[in-house]
Design a protein around this ligand. Structure first.
Ligand SMILES: NC(=O)c1ccc[n+]([C@@H]2O[C@H](COP(=O)([O-])OP(=O)(O)OC[C@H]3O[C@@H](n4cnc5c(N)ncnc54)[C@H](OP(=O)(O)O)[C@@H]3O)[C@@H](O)[C@H]2O)c1
Length: 328
């Protein structure tokens, strides 16, 4: 490995800046991956804005990025797999770099034939959607509502629920033009919020019962609308707050339906717990990644040199799927 590398940093202004820094060395249980491609997430835009000193942000410098794919360049003590040379995809803070330091438990093998530019867009979606389905108690034959389903991770959630045997998948978007995309991913029913009342549409699609479980990426009153759209003894899991974190709930609905409501934020999990979530997602979903039943939708592929353009597209919320950067 060379002594220095290029990495993207936030905290100096509204956009990422490029810097040369030392290449990391792996500690016990860690791997260093020569990243070939990295993918953007909504959290990257949120963190960039929160650290931007020119608009009241903290001004605290941080290494940008979460997802990556590449080849293992070095392993630390106690790492059996992956081995040097293996192709992996994974998640770790600071992934927008030529060499990425990660906990070996936070990587998954890249199935043969899958390009790095595709693989890098999978880890967050696989672990978050599989993890949330597990928290909800999902089993084959259960019906699922997925709000904000056209988000990068939501699209993986729709495909994962299909692969794992959901009896019915109801997916929401604000954009009628994305309905076909959701159906291609496996949604049985698409609800265009703004055109239809979400709760009414879900009850109509489920014979008045409601879905067995809801995965909510939107928050705000969309989260509240999931409660009466979920059947008695069902579960509503909040994953994201694309709209806003505050909501007004009808606690009568919560109590009368005996609903279980839970939030997940896997980025805040302990390393070993996250390793377990990633391993379970890999076990259940990698075969479907390998045979193409689960594929990330790639909106745009840019490079580190055009990272500013990538951030702008992420902020626009006009992307259809994931934005990827190739790593120099
Ligand atoms: N819990 C966890 O561990 C975890 C992990 C990863 C991400 N997340 C969260 O999950 C959410 C999705 O992340 P992502 O990176 O996949 O997002 P993303 O790809 O950036 O999502 C973009 C899509 O979100 C929808 N959207 C944007 N603003 C919205 C609003 N105000 N109301 C409703 N829909 C809106 C739009 O779809 P339409 O135009 O089709 O409506 C847009 O195309 C984020 O809130 C993120 O923070 C949570």
């Amino acid at each position: 490995m060379p002594p220095t590398m290029t990495a993207l940093f936030g905290g100096a202004g509204p956009e990422w800046t490029t810097r040369r820094i030392p290449v990391p060395r792996p500690g016990p249980g860690q791997v260093v991956v020569r990243a070939r491609a990295v993918a953007l997430n909504n959290a990257d835009a949120v963190m960039l804005a929160a650290a931007d000193p020119s608009s009241g942000g903290s001004g605290e410098e941080y290494r940008a990025g979460f997802e990556f794919a590449g080849e293992v360049a070095a392993v630390g003590d106690g790492v059996g797999t992956p081995a040097v040379g293996d192709r992996v995809m994974g998640t770790t803070p600071g992934s927008f770099a030529q060499y990425v330091l990660a906990d070996h438990r936070h990587t998954l093998p890249v199935p043969g034939g899958l390009a790095h530019g595709t693989a890098c867009a999978l880890p967050t979606g696989l672990l978050t959607e599989h993890g949330a389905l597990a928290v909800a108690g999902f089993r084959a034959g259960r019906s699922v509502l997925i709000t904000g389903a056209t988000s990068g991770i939501g699209l993986i959630g729709v495909q994962a629920a299909r692969v794992l045997g959901a009896s019915r998948i109801i997916a929401t978007t604000r954009d009628a033009g994305k309905g076909d995309l959701l159906k291609e991913c496996g949604a049985d029913t698409v609800v265009v919020t703004g055109e239809r009342d979400l709760t009414r549409a879900v009850l109509d699609a489920t014979g008045g019962e409601g879905v067995d479980l809801a995965l909510d990426h939107v928050g705000g009153q969309t989260f509240a609308a999931c409660l009466p759209a979920t059947r008695t003894d069902g579960a509503v899991i909040n994953i994201g707050r694309l709209d806003r974190p505050a909501t007004t709930l009808d606690l009568d609905v919560l109590s009368y339906r005996h609903l279980r409501v839970q939030g997940v934020s896997f980025g805040f999990s302990r390393a070993a717990e996250l390793g377990g979530v990633i391993a379970a997602a890999g076990r259940d979903l990698l075969p479907a990644v390998a045979d193409g039943r689960i594929r990330p939708l790639i909106d745009t592929t840019l490079s580190f040199d055009t990272a500013t353009e990538a951030a702008g597209r992420l902020r626009s919320h006009r992307a259809h799927g994931k934005i990827v950067l190739t790593v120099p």
